[in-house]
Design a binder for this molecule. Sequence first.
Ligand code: PMP
Length: 391
Amino acid sequence: MTRTEARALGLSARLTRGKSLGLNLLHLEKVAYLPGTVSPKDCPVRTAIGTMEGYVPGEQPQDRRYIKLNTNENPYPPSPHVLEALRNAVAEDLRLYPDPTARELRAKAADVYGVGPDQVLAGNGSDDLLSILFRACVDAGAPADVAYPVPTYSLYDTLAQIQGVEPKTIPFGADFALPTEALLAVGARLNLICNPNSPSGTFITAATIADFARRAKGVVVVDEAYADFARESALSLLATCPNVVVLRTFSKSFSLAGMRIGLAFGSREIIAQLNKVKDSYNLDRLSLVAARAALEDLPWMQANVAKIKATREILVGELREMAFRVFASESNFVFAVHPKLGGDNLYRGLRDKGILVRHFTTPALREGLRITVGTPEQNSALVSTLRSLLT
Ligand code: PMP
């Protein structure tokens, strides 16, 4: 069958390199043809890009109003101090480029988190910082350059594919324990630990990460998107582990997912290298203002986090009463598996009733659901809908 014939039948065509023969082989897969997947013949992009599917973020539906518990956003509005600062920043000087070095934001962050300003890099969300790290550390065709435990944040797979490498993924141990020895055996230049992990919500202590980082030869990135909801941060390791980079986001605990702000913390040397890779003006003027104002109002964030943690515990109790197995969460979401109804059925049942949660189709995760902790009212609607689906 030729590629054109395959397309006519709605099959996807992939060009991959045959390992044993060193030849380019055409593989045809029985899946719907994906518009984003093209062969190098059709479109002159790198083979790594033409053959990948691209990251699929959680749905941001426009068709109706859902109770949105699918992308770990915060259910509460941002701090009034941030909104006021933003209103004042909508002004004539938006015609000027923003500060490419985010100097004022880095100074404030350094003060708040107890590091030097040149140990901080600001990003357009922490996804931007992850992309910068992959571009800085991962060579095309060098699979041992990147390693991480799975299942985890699936953007890591996509970023590895963009660099043209198949990452070394190591299954988490029992109860999502860090597979330290297996990761060390890879010896990757870029190691990623999502902590708390998504989608499990589970947590690894700073002491365990320190033990790994001291013995790892590469950079150890601790993706702390959800750390404000957890018991501790790996930021304390920066003083003793020069290979640790900690990533934070303003999308969760600060209720600012729409502004796209992240911070990376690391040694002066690593941050200086990452600076070479970032876009010149990767944060716009408004994001810089919002981030600084958010850091000026930490008590607001802490109160917001306390509310979500309290609601999380109530939600976990209610899910367990319905026989769900719920992993111990230190995040603003929980991962729950029901012994009778699979994740897909529950996801669809909830969606029909106007409640969106996240269902992953990968074998390790497809039995469960990742549910963002909402307001008490949103959680009640979720729980009563789940009860009706289970009876
Ligand atoms: N890391 C993890 C583990 C996440 O779940 C997310 C949110 N999808 C991010 C990083 C990126 O967050 P943002 O780009 O909004 O800062």
